[in-house]
Design a protein around this ligand. Structure first.
Ligand SMILES: Cc1cc2nc3c(=O)[nH]c(=O)nc-3n(C[C@H](O)[C@H](O)[C@H](O)COP(=O)(O)OP(=O)(O)OC[C@H]3O[C@@H](n4cnc5c(N)ncnc54)[C@H](O)[C@@H]3O)c2cc1C
Length: 406
């Protein structure tokens, strides 16, 4: 049954797409407004942690994810200078594993594209692509978004609620005048996508690997890629003084990969990109009838693959509340609790863990570096600590603990 409540979802990235589908699954009408013609094809996020996999299943997306993604039950910590495998974490080996005992490596653009295709066949989901939100007003009954159409004309769309899923530079957050406190890391992160199969040279690698190094730590993850043949994504830090021209030059990219994994012949590079990286959380995720979810509400460094996951957790939590409101519950208390729960998920888990992950990988003080690596080694070797580490790294604790917040 379709309910009479309509929600405008701004942004059809992975979080906006999932938000819209979750609302449709609960019977609310949606209007999705996306500035681009199609969801952007960019491989940033690829890791979906076990609680997120369960959410994808609830939405009927898991079969697409399994077809388009890679099942990855294991992640490794390695010491890059010595090559030592420090610890191996296997979700299947947990005493009480989650129902989906793996991380699903499913690229964010494939998630968004899959959902947009599903919504395009749904009469109660209106897709407004190539349309940008430029203004916002609200009163006790309605929220109104002023949008700029592809031909440059403007129009006002009214709805009961509006969810800003419009990314880290969120227009909605700015228009709603919500503070976004936190900090920006001085170094940028360089992402290199290559089809070279690192496992052919290093059989100890899994689909998800963290290399600690005081100079050039590295995250090395594998996704299925556009043609299903496999695409490896290497993320490493740069120095603040290094220019784009230098960092993105083919020679520098080649040198960086050869230094990490020497091999005969050059690497075949698919794409490279530089990212400015922040740790910020919005002061509130709800203001009247305007809500925030995903990067619009929080941003973090990508070590650990948590940003999109946190956004999908927001979307699922919020969809449940908006359904209750559509069925007659008072909205203020439920939406205030949404902010409380998802800020706990962010501050105590996603932000804390992603900062700790980055600091562990890049530790420069020799004594502290040894202490941190010894600690990871001991954690991997102790079954209880192994399980506790996975529960934190894979956002299992984050999901359960945030849901318990009153
Ligand atoms: C290198 C890297 C690797 C990462 N890996 C992972 C990972 O493995 N796992 C993970 O969980 N996270 C990861 N992340 C983080 C992840 O990419 C983001 O958290 C995720 O993209 C957030 O999704 P979103 O839908 O909230 O925002 P976005 O993906 O930024 O989408 C926002 C959408 O809103 C649209 N939009 C913007 N403004 C307007 C407007 N005014 N009107 C209409 N539309 C608008 C944009 O066009 C866009 O389509 C990674 C990030 C980086 C940089």
């Amino acid at each position: 049954m379709t309910l009479s409540t309509t929600v405008i979802v701004v942004g059809a990235g992975p979080v906006g797409a999932v938000m819209a589908l979750a609302l449709r699954r609960r019977g609310l009408k949606v209007i999705v407004v996306e500035a681009l013609e199609q969801p952007e094809i960019e491989c940033r996020a690829a890791s979906c942690h076990p609680p997120t996999v369960a959410m994808l299943e609830e939405l009927g997306l898991l079969e697409f994810g399994l077809e388009q993604g890679l099942v990855s039950p294991v992640f490794n910590y390695l010491d890059r200078p010595s090559g030592e495998l420090i610890a191996r974490f296997d979700i299947r080996a947990m005493k009480t594993p989650p129902r989906h005992a793996y991380v699903l490596q499913w690229e964010q653009y494939k998630i968004a594209q899959t959902v947009v295709k599903l919504l395009s066949d749904d009469a109660d989901a209106e897709l407004r692509m190539s349309t940008r939100v430029v203004g916002l007003t609200q009163d006790a009954d309605k929220v109104r978004a002023e949008v700029e159409l592809p031909n440059g004309e403007r129009e006002t769309i009214a709805a009961d609620f509006l969810v800003g899923c419009d990314g880290g530079r969120s227009t909605i957050r700015r228009l709603a005048d919500i503070a976004f406190d936190g900090f920006t890391w001085p170094e940028r992160f360089l992402k290199i996508d290559t089809i070279f199969d690192f496992q052919s040279l290093r059989s100890e690698l899994s689909n998800r690997n963290y290399f600690a190094d005081p100079d050039q730590w590295l995250n090395l993850f594998k996704a299925r890629g556009p043609d299903g043949e496999g695409m490896w994504r290497a993320v490493s830090p740069t120095l603040p003084e290094q220019t784009d021209e230098y960092l993105l030059s083919p020679e520098q990219i080649e040198q960086r990969l050869q230094l990490f994994c020497p091999k005969p012949g050059p690497y075949r590079i698919a794409t490279v990109a530089l990212y400015k990286v922040h740790q910020r959380v919005a002061a509130t995720f709800n203001k009247g009838r305007v809500l925030l979810a995903g990067d619009a509400a929080h941003v973090n460094n990508p070590v650990g693959g948590m940003g999109m996951n946190g956004g999908i957790h927001d979307a699922m939590n919020l969809a449940e509340r908006l359904e209750a409101i559509a069925r007659g519950a008072a909205h203020e208390a439920l939406l205030d609790q949404y902010t409380r729960q998802m800020r706990v998920a962010q501050l105590n888990y996603v932000q804390a863990q992603s900062i700790q992950n980055k600091q562990t990988l890049g530790e420069t003080d020799p004594a502290e570096r040894k202490r941190k690596l010894d600690d990871i080694r001991a954690t991997g070797a102790d079954p209880e600590r192994h399980d506790a580490f996975i529960r934190r790294a894979c956002l299992i604790d984050s999901f359960h603990d945030s849901r318990a917040v009153a």
